[in-house]
Design a protein around this ligand. Structure first.
Ligand code: ADP
Ligand code: MG
Length: 344
């Protein structure tokens, strides 16, 4: 493509060579990574390929005035890793495409890649290629991740049945609380229990979420989940996806939602109920999954043995039941649609 060299400080080919030098790693599964017309990888015989892609736009999905390039990269990679985890697959290979505006410096692109690759390194995911372009306005980042799973074994959104238990991994609402702390810079009220350690924990949960890859693999291999999804938009929205795909309803027991001590302290400090944060909070990247009643004990036993935190938060109900929450005083309320939508 035509380039205005004078206003384009970053040059495509030297940049690609630098990225390759810094981030390309050898793997017996990679026949050809960066440097040819396309990458070539081998996939264990008979496995299914699991593919996901995300397009992130500056000003819509991230804001480089408030987030560092490294944390944008980290979270972008983690979102894709979490999608593969929610399918119960092993993430393996990554393609990254970027459109770079003139105002961005090479050091920022390298920081972005450092963040991306630090998320991927945790899961032994290898960079095998991408594409590079100039942008007239704003940074665009597209990530494609290829994972694999044994043939016939994947966790879908459909498959939940009436009577199944609804479970989540980890704790909910931390990322939203961390985002609010960063955005509003609220000073803690006097006499509050919200400590610096709590604040740091919540902010880290927002900036450096963990994709539940090992948990997804376990649920898939042990054939314990009837349906699964990752919590990227918030419990209320993502549970809805499972219910629609499975043609069922759901009842969530609010007192059972797993809330971290830090999130509890944050909510107490604002005089609010932390279950609102758990329901609405996006980007927790925990897994939500359903388990047949007969398998629940087995699931909980195995989770304890593996030291995975899983919590039963409700029950799958018939479709006509809709989505309802049950409070500790016994009141039932329809679960609101509160998740974040970029197109509304
Ligand atoms: P083509 O003209 O065939 O698209 P490119 O010159 O764009 O080839 O890319 C050359 C090699 O560099 C390819 O292997 C491609 O996958 C890789 N590549 C290009 N841009 C990036 C990027 N931003 N990150 C990682 N790899 C990249
Ligand atoms: Mg290209």
């Amino acid at each position: 493509m035509a380039r205005r060299k004078a206003t384009q400080p970053i040059q495509e080919f030297p940049l690609i060579r630098q990225l390759q030098r810094r981030h390309e790693r050898r793997s017996p599964l990679i026949r050809k990574g960066i440097g040819d017309d396309a990458a070539v990888v081998s996939i264990p015989a008979g496995d299914w390929a699991v593919l996901t892609t995300d397009l992130l736009t500056e000003g819509i999905h991230f804001d480089l005035r408030t987030a560092s390039p490294a944390s944008v990269g980290y979270r972008a990679a983690m979102a894709n890793l979490s999608d593969v985890a929610a399918m119960g697959a092993t993430p393996r290979f990554l393609l990254i495409s970027i459109a770079i505006p003139a105002a961005i410096r090479a050091t920022e692109i390298h920081a972005l890649y450092r963040g991306l690759m630090s998320a991927c390194g945790q899961h032994h995911v290898h960079l095998i290629g991408g594409d590079t372009s100039a942008s007239r306005q704003g940074l665009f980042l597209s990530i494609t991740l290829l994972g694999t799973t044994a043939r016939g074994h994947a966790l879908f959104r459909k498959g939940a049945r009436v009577g199944d238990g609804i479970y989540v991994t980890g704790t909910l609402g931390d990322s939203l609380a961390g985002l609010q702390l960063l955005t509003y810079r609220r000073a803690p009220r006097r006499g509050t229990r919200l400590t610096k350690i709590d604040r740091d924990f919540l902010i880290t949960r927002h900036r450096h979420p963990t994709a539940r890859v090992r948990e997804g693999l376990w649920l898939n291999q042990a054939q314990l989940a009837t349906a699964a999804i990752d919590l990227s938009d918030g419990l209320s929205g993502d549970l809805r996806h499972v219910c629609e795909a499975s043609r069922v309803g759901a009842e969530i027991e609010l007192p059972h939602l797993p809330i971290s001590p830090a999130c509890q302290a944050y909510a107490d400090n604002l005089n609010m109920d932390p279950s609102a944060l758990a329901l609405a909070g996006g980007e927790d990247y925990e897994l939500l999954f359903t388990v047949a009643a007969d398998d629940e004990q087995k699931l909980e036993r195995q989770a304890r043995a593996k030291r995975f935190l899983v919590t039963r938060i409700g029950t799958i109900r018939p479709r006509r039941f809709g989505l309802q929450s049950l409070a500790s005083n016994g009141t039932r309320t329809p679960i609101p649609i509160t998740s974040y939508r970029h197109f509304t």
